[in-house]
Design a protein around this ligand. Structure first.
Ligand SMILES: [Zn+2]
Length: 441
């Protein structure tokens, strides 16, 4: 995410078993949805199969309904924006965590290595606000709208609350096969490789296949479109509302092509082949999804470079965005700052901490009650700390560290401990004082 106008979690409990693998893993989603006349409502069926990677029997799964984050359980006259019903393959409980989590008890425990599936009807109502799951004029954004599996690991089930100005999301790399049936007047950019086929009268079906992604997002509206292929072979598809400033669209498209190739060289080749830039003038800041970024776009462009950096930091290299937001946001900002040669960034030698309790590795639980510190620390100090690490290690060593770290966690999960260990392995100098000074805990 990028703030509008600007370019370690809870202490582990004693019972934490470091070797407990995250599960359910290798999820595979099959989704068929049909839109109403203007893309405000989508309804259909969703199936997700998954494997138990844990040594312990899996007795339940949780589905996260992040699209209910802003509205919660709704009211009798205005139900939740995301509704799930007719569950098969398990027994649903009552939605919890303000209707953002649904427990589904499995009919029998799933042994290690076994696969099973659950399926359900899903109904989505795009909320009437300009947001990642929201709308702007005739344009609909369906970010975090599709239900996704929660993760269970050594800390138990991750059932963290929604945070409106950051991300609480944590998912494992998944496969998606999605069929979106919509009026032909609507263009539908989506995660993954997409193609269209004629549907019923006046309708088009947008198909998408996405492999090893953490989420699936789409948008719908009478977008203008253009496609370019980057020198390194990535298809950059641009979608913008007609009232988006043309100069900003041009700049975003140029930055999009340049950034996807540059970061591909720095972190490892972009693996998905295609990325969509979705641009409107009123969207606040920017928001990242695998293969699709939403960019509030002014004459001066938008947060294209930052959001494209997220394709690696959160996307390819995942992390628990609730417990360790710095692992995606500070890394994306560091990549962004390097792209712009630190133009507009100022780093102070003492990090300028806003309080005694602020630390780079704090979780969204902390930032939820220290909102004023969040952007300053995670977006401002974070990239400066990584620049200081570059200074300590040397530019060449830092570049090798980042690329190797991405390679070693490709489609996996980054952790603060894992990054510290990787950095320490690159130097004989004890980095303990460095971590302490920069409040990396
Ligand atoms: Zn971001």
């Amino acid at each position: 995410m990028a703030e509008a106008g600007t370019p370690s979690g809870p202490a582990p409990g004693a019972a934490v078993r470091a070797a407990e693998p995250a599960t359910p893993d290798r999820p595979s989603y099959d989704v068929k949805l049909r839109a109403d006349a203007d893309g405000s409502h989508w309804a259909g069926r969703q199936t997700v199969s998954f494997r138990n990677a844990s040594s312990r029997p899996l007795r339940e799964v949780y589905i996260r309904l992040w699209g209910n984050g802003e509205d919660g359980c709704g009211t009798s006259g205005r139900p939740s924006p995301v509704r799930v019903s007719h569950v098969r393959g398990g027994t649903p409980g009552r939605p919890g965590v303000k209707c953002t989590a649904l427990r589904i008890a499995l009919p029998r425990p799933l042994a290690r290595g076994e696969r099973t599936a659950v399926s359900f009807d899903v109904a989505l109502t795009v909320p009437a606000r300009n947001n990642r799951f929201g709308r702007e004029g005739a344009f609909r954004f369906l970010g975090n709208a599709l239900p996704v599996l929660a993760v269970h690991d050594a800390r138990g089930w991750h059932l963290d609350p929604y945070v409106s100005y950051g991300e609480s999301f944590y998912t494992l790399a998944s496969d998606f096969r999605v069929r979106l049936d919509h009026p032909s007047a609507l263009k539908v950019p989506a995660t993954g490789s997409t193609w269209t086929r004629p549907g019923g009268t006046g309708r088009t079906v947008t198909h998408s296949v996405a492999k090893r992604v953490r989420d699936f997002a789409w948008a719908a509206g009478p977008f203008r479109t253009a496609t370019q292929t980057s020198p390194d072979g990535v298809r950059v598809k641009s979608y913008w509302s007609p009232n988006t400033p043309a100069a900003g669209v041009r700049l975003n498209r140029k930055d999009g092509v340049a950034a996807i190739d540059r970061f591909g060289r720095e972190f490892g080749r972009y693996p998905y082949g295609e990325i969509d830039l979705v641009m409107t003038p009123g969207f606040a800041g920017g928001m990242e999804y695998p293969g699709l970024v939403i960019l509030g776009t002014e004459e001066e462009g938008g947060a294209t470079v930052h959001e494209i950096a997220h394709q690696w930091w959160y996307g390819v290299v995942g992390n628990d965005e609730y417990n360790s937001p710095w692992l995606d946001e500070s890394f994306a900002q560091y990549a962004n700052a390097r792209y712009y040669r630190w133009d507009g960034f100022e780093c102070s030698p003492d990090d300028s901490w806003p309080s005694a309790t602020a630390a780079l590795t704090n979780s969204m639980a902390y930032w939820s009650t220290h909102r004023g510190e969040y952007f300053q620390v995670v977006y401002g100090i974070g990239p400066c700390v990584l620049a200081d690490l570059e200074h300590v290690l040397g530019a060449g060593t830092m570049a090798r560290l980042i690329k190797k770290y991405a390679h070693d966690h490709w489609y996996g999960v980054s952790t603060t401990a894992g990054f510290k260990k990787a950095a320490q392995s690159m130097t004989h100098r004890d980095l303990g004082p460095f971590w302490r000074k920069h409040r990396i805990r």
